[in-house]
Design a protein around this ligand. Structure first.
Ligand code: GLA
Length: 381
């Protein structure tokens, strides 16, 4: 859980913005709710010195001082690079300097690295026969470098792979040291984009997720203004059911109370952070056996699975978290059937957005859901 600069600031992010976000996160309830990483995305890089050491540009005059500042707030600092010679925004990448860069990150006090493929496609063999093996090796190279650089220190650097889910990353992401890996292209602050990434493109990926290594459907757009609060609630609920990284992407200096409530709802965050670490599956309509099927449907631009959908994940205490979603353009009744979730009989139900107990419910739960909205419930053991 944390914050990343890209969705709101893109190439404009500065040292001051990062300090302001750290100040805000430490005092506005975000840190108390569990958010800890402050991640600088692309565009902090300059060139290399005579020894090949990476330098920051004028937006980030002193990375070590910035890390010290963020740490002084009880938070952690993340950074971004690429396995290619250039980053996605055209800045200096880590190609040929992996260990050197990892050592520099450790010297600065960096706690998290997001590593975006981009120009690596131009220097590594991308052919269908070799693409996967070279991509895996490029990510393993930095994975090893991070281990080597943190050896004999008490630091650990979280490793975030950003290669859009290509080459079945779920099968090898953890093996190369990845703690999370993107499963899609970039999110946009629009209903259609969030829905496509979160609903359509996650089906069948749950096998790969578990404690320490997670599917990443990209960062949150909550509070950036392109969706309604109801849609942002859907965004937060779905990411939590998917056990996804919760990386806020808004400007905390102008955060409205309603947005803060969405981002800091402790009962919803408890679903995301549940210790069992099981990613939700779509139980209604039943997800296709083949992941490929849903991906190809999504790429054709349709909503795979229809407008009323139910996602469920088992929780460590024996309960279940269940999201009843309405993707349609009018309010609708949605039903979660116990038989679809794999339980029977009567169970206590709690509404996690309203913070209300709904009493004991037998066999199925039906509720009116607003358009593009969700009712997120916990079903007790
Ligand atoms: C890629 C990533 C984005 C962001 C940009 C930065 O596009 O997917 O999340 O990191 O690079 O250039």
């Amino acid at each position: 859980m944390g914050w990343n600069s890209w969705n709101k600031f893109a190439e404009r992010v500065t040292d001051k913005d990062v300090r302001d976000m750290a100040d805000a996160m430490a005092s506005n309830g975000m840190k108390a709710a569990g958010y800890v990483y402050i991640n600088i995305d692309d565009t902090w890089e300059s060139d290399r010195d005579a020894n090949g050491m990476i330098r920051t540009n004028s937006k980030f005059p002193d990375m070590k001082a910035l890390a010290d500042y963020v740490h002084s707030k009880g938070l952690k600092l993340g950074i971004y690079s690429s396995p290619g010679p250039k980053t996605c925004a055209g800045y200096e990448g880590s190609y040929g300097h992996e260990l050197q860069d990892a050592k520099q990150y450790v010297a600065w006090g960096i706690d998290y690295l997001k590593y975006g493929w981009c120009s690596a496609g131009g220097v590594y063999d991308n052919t269908p026969e070799n693409g996967r093996i070279t991509m895996e090796a490029a990510y393993a190279k930095m994975g090893h470098a991070l281990l080597e650089a943190t050896k004999n220190t008490n630091r650990k650097i979280v490793y975030s792979l950003c290669q859009y889910g290509n080459n079945n990353v779920g099968e090898w992401g953890a093996k190369v040291g990845g703690n999370l890996w993107r499963t899609t292209g970039d999110i946009g602050d629009r209903w259609q984009s969030m829905m496509n990434l979160g609903f359509n493109l996650q089906i069948g990926r749950e096998k790969a997720a578990g404690p320490g290594h997670w599917n990443d459907p990209d960062m949150l757009e909550i509070g950036n203004g392109g969706m309604t609060d109801t849609e942002y609630q859907t965004h937060m609920s779905l990411w939590s059911l998917l056990a996804a990284p919760l990386l806020a992407g808004n400007d905390f200096r102008e955060m409205k109370p309603g947005i803060r409530e969405i981002l800091t709802n402790k009962e919803v965050i408890a679903v995301d952070q549940d210790k069992l670490g099981k990613q939700a599956v779509r139980v209604y309509p039943p997800a296709p056996a083949e992941e490929k099927e849903s991906v190809s449907k999504a790429q054709r631009g349709s909503t795979s699975g229809g407008l009323l959908q139910v996602f469920a994940r088992p929780l460590a205490d024996g309960g279940r978290a269940v999201g009843l979603f309405n993707l349609g353009d009018a309010p609708a009744k949605v039903t979660a059937k116990w038989s679809d979730i794999g339980i029977t009989g009567s169970h206590k139900v709690r509404d996690l957005w309203k913070h209300e107990d709904r009493g004991a419910v037998k066999d199925e739960f039906t509720v009116e859901v607003p358009l593009h909205g969700v009712v997120l419930i916990k079903i007790a053991k």
